[in-house]
Design a protein around this ligand. Structure first.
Ligand code: SAH
Length: 359
């Protein structure tokens, strides 16, 4: 996106270097040239492929997990079912297919899609609009009441900041311009106050250590944690990430299913970072909610009965369909593929039993 590159350069010349979070927010969400403002990133024709696009079993099992939680919070009617970053709408479609086998649960669901991208909102509207799904721009904009919330590959898209341990204190890694007017990373000044941003367990790491923090994820965890502390409900987050907090850069750009330079094509490539599940859990827990996990995605899906669901789908399927169903689920569960890299974390109201898949 040459336009966005030129605008970023002008802004840096005018205001000085940007934080990586500011750079990411512009590259992903600039209303004219941002990645999510213009692209439909999903699927084989896009830049990346996600679990709901790989296997219908993923959304179906998450639907049954939510039905179980709904039971534990006393089967409220209505209950808000919110999805953060619903992408193509596939997860929710599969979720609702499973929910249809439990008519009371299905009838109680009031659907909310929290989606920033106008392109994807249009796709979701087409797929889910007839079901009366509402759109919201943030979790704060959801109506009050009992809540079930799901999010797959949402947290990794939130802007991160990078902090680098200098000789004495921490400094922030910034996006600057070099003499040739190209975007480059440059470290800002060291300052003692920056160490407060670093997870406590990592503050004493040696000079040269790089730590990523995600203020937007922490704010979301705190808001959701506070809500679930006082109103019944549960939230399920699936993403690639780590636990406990660990140093190391994970910010990456992806274009057409291949790695790209983070600064090379703002607006043209997807940007994401691995999720610090420990920081997310700490923020949700501090706000008064109960956190379960993270557990490996493969283990979670297996515990929810992925094999049984596969068998029942396969029973009525052709040979070719069966092979596709099997290979899709295998890709999500195999520890060498998505089964271990992806983790599942639940945030619930206090006083509920341990949710399925987390014991
Ligand atoms: N959950 C889907 C899509 C994952 S891609 C799937 O698993 O296939 C990330 C999704 O989050 C996209 O729908 C993107 O538009 C949305 N998104 C990214 N940042 C967002 C933000 N700050 N607010 C709302 N939606 C956002």
């Amino acid at each position: 996106m040459a336009d966005l590159l030129a605008r970023l350069a002008r802004r840096i010349r005018r205001e000085g270097p940007l934080s990586i979070a500011a750079f990411m927010a512009i590259a992903l969400h600039d209303p004219d040239c941002g990645y999510y403002a213009r692209h439909d990133p999903l699927g084989t024709a896009g830049d990346f492929i996600t679990a709901p696009e790989i296997s219908q079993v993923f959304g179906e099992l998450i639907g049954l997990w939510c039905a179980d939680l709904w039971h534990h919070i006393g089967e409220p009617h209505p209950v808000i079912l919110a999805e953060l970053g619903p992408g193509s709408g596939a997860l929710l479609e599969d979720f609702l297919r499973a929910a249809a086998t439990l008519p009371e649960f299905r009838r109680a669901l009031d659907l909310y899609l929290v989606e920033a991208s106008p392109v994807l909102r249009a796709r979701q509207q087409q797929r889910l609009g007839s079901l009366g799904a509402h759109f919201a721009l943030s979790v704060d904009a959801l109506p009050p009441g009992p809540l079930l919330l799901v999010a797959n590959e949402f947290l990794d898209a939130l802007p991160i900041r990078q902090l680098v341990r200098g000789q004495v204190d921490w400094a922030e890694r910034l996006v600057a311009l070099d003499e040739g007017h190209r975007l480059v990373f440059a470290d800002g000044p060291e300052h003692p106050a920056l160490s407060l941003l670093v997870p406590p367990a990592l503050r004493a790491h040696p000079s040269g250590t790089l730590v990523e923090i995600c203020p937007a994820a922490a704010a979301l965890a705190a808001a959701l944690g506070a809500r679930l502390a006082t109103e019944p409900g549960a939230a399920l987050f699936v993403d690639y990430g780590y636990f406990p907090s660990a140093p190391g850069p994970t910010l990456a750009a992806l274009s057409r299913h291949a790695a790209a330079g983070v600064l090379a094509d703002p607006g043209g490539a997807d940007l994401s970072a691995h999720v610090d599940f420990a920081a997310f859990a700490a923020a949700a827990g501090a706000a008064g909610a109960v956190v379960h996990g993270p557990v490996a995605q493969g283990r979670f899906l297996a515990a929810l009965g992925a094999e049984a669901r596969l068998a029942s789908l396969s029973a009525g399927a052709s040979e070719a369909q069966r092979a596709l169903l099997e290979s899709g689920l295998e890709r999500l569960i195999d520890p060498a593929r998505m089964g271990n890299l992806f983790r599942v974390l639940a945030v619930t109201s206090p006083g509920l039993p341990v949710p399925a898949g987390f014991d």
